[in-house]
Every structure is written in C-alpha cells, then in structure tokens.
Design a protein around this ligand. Structure first.
Ligand code: PEP
Length: 251
C-alpha cells in the first residue's frame, strides 16, 4: 500500500512569527479532517523549532528543505541530518531543482545526501525533473532515468524503504504552468517501471511518487486522481493556509 503525501515546501519564506500564524491556521483548518494522507510542512531552518512544537500533537509532520551530506564537522553555515532529526524533522527534501540549478548540486552529491538522510532515519523526498529544453528535445525519460539511477546508486532495497520520489518538471515550478495530468502520469509510470526493472517490482509498487509544479486547488484533484500520482509537493500554494488545506482535502 502506498501512502498519499501532501508536502508543502515553504522555500525561503516565513520567519518565526509568520510561521506561527500559518501553522495556527493550518491546525484550525485540519482539526476535523478525517484524511488518511500524510501532511508534511517544510519550513526554513529558522522556523523548524517553532513549527515542531506547534504541530507535536497534530497529524502534521515536519520536514526540512535540505541537509548536508556529512555527519558533522567544519562546514560553516550547514545543517546536519542529526540536527534536523533532533529538531523534530521526519522528512527532508533532497535534490530540489533550485538546489540543482542555483547551487549546482550534482547527482553524486544528491546521492550522498540521500544516504546521509536514510542513515539518520530521515525520509528523503528525492526530487527529479527535466528542463523545458529537455522536454522539447524529447529527452525527458533519458534525463529522469539518469537522475533517478544516479541518485539511488549503491543502495540496497532495505535502505530505501523510507524513500519518496517527487517528479517536478522544472518548467512547471513556480511558473503557473502545470504538467497536464497525462504528462505527469506518463513520467510517474516511467519512474515506477524503471525502478521495478532496476530494483524490485514490489518496491516500485509500494513507492510513493509525488507530483510537483504549480499544484493549486483548481488542478490538484485531477492530478491526484491519476493512478501513479501518490501526492503532491507544493510550493507557492502551500504558503496560503486555505489553498494548502483545499489541496489536502482533494487528495
Ligand atoms: C516546489 O518548489 O517544489 C514547487 C513545486 O513549487 P510551485 O508549487 O510553486 O511550482
């Protein structure tokens, strides 16, 4: 059985006061919701502690947006997996396209980060996705295959039981352009088949694959009703409590 996950990536938004305000609204709006889907919020590092104490008796889970690949040491400005775990995080986003493009994170680095997260019992939300020019050149599957296999290189099946993949076409992130449900479903099925062929069909069948890229209340239901779409990674729309709650309700 796959779990349905709706995760909100707050990016570099919301200081601790704004965090309190947004979480209060989410807690109120989700109080009586009888949903089986896992709701995850990923605030910036400086709001994790505040968020953690506010959601501790609720169904909302906490995630971070990045980790460092080493356990600890002389890495000024970085945050370790253990620090995240001890601040209440259960999840961590790894390989987001903004990390890949702005901060030049390579597949090899992303692979190390996934390893570090899993070693510390954090569940990685491993992001993959093609650029617009790659889609236009008809090499989407090639790009996704390379990102998935390099990111998951040298893992045993047992190591990967807590993995979640997010398919986020880069051209759909923060642009208002969403992949059609058919375009998204095609890539999700491609990822599942790739993992069935390269790892195991049971693993692939049970893996949650989220879609991300301009998910909004008016398109979430159709996207989330596709057979191989098991949830959403939401950017812009998760910053507004009402929008995020409607996306959760549509799951
Ligand atoms: C994201 O940042 O992961 C994302 C999907 O953003 P948006 O929903 O704003 O496109």
């Amino acid at each position: 059985m796959r779990i349905k996950v709706i995760a909100g990536n707050w990016k570099m938004n919301n200081d601790p006061n704004e965090t309190r305000d947004l979480i209060s609204k989410l807690l109120a709006g989700l109080k009586n919701l009888n949903s089986t889907c896992e709701v995850v919020i990923c605030p910036p590092y400086t709001s994790l502690s505040e968020a953690s104490s506010m959601i501790k008796d609720s169904k909302i889970r906490l995630g971070a947006q990045n980790i460092h690949e080493e356990e600890n040491g002389a890495f000024t400005g970085e945050v370790s997996a253990k620090m995240l775990l001890n601040t209440g995080c259960e999840y961590v986003i790894i390989g987001h396209s903004e990390r890949r493009t702005i901060y030049k994170e390579s597949d090899a680095l992303i692979n190390k980060k996934i390893k570090r997260a899993l070693k510390n019992n954090l569940k990685p939300i491993f992001c993959v996705g093609e650029l617009l020019e790659e889609r236009e050149k008809n090499i989407t599957e090639q790009v996704i295959k390379s990102q998935v296999l390099k990111g998951l290189q040298d893992f045993s099946l047992n190591d990967l039981k807590d993995l979640i993949i997010a398919y986020e076409p880069v051209w759909a992130i923060g642009t208002g352009k969403t992949a059609t449900p058919q375009q998204a479903e095609e890539v999700h099925l491609f990822i599942r088949t790739l993992l069935a062929d390269n790892l195991s069909s049971e693993f692939a069948e049970n893996l949650s694959i989220l879609y991300g890229g301009s998910v909004k209340p008016d398109n979430s239901k159709e996207l989330l009703s596709q057979k191989n779409i098991d949830g959403a990674l939401v950017g812009g729309a998760c910053l507004n409590a009402d929008s995020f709650i409607s996306i959760i309700k549509s799951a």
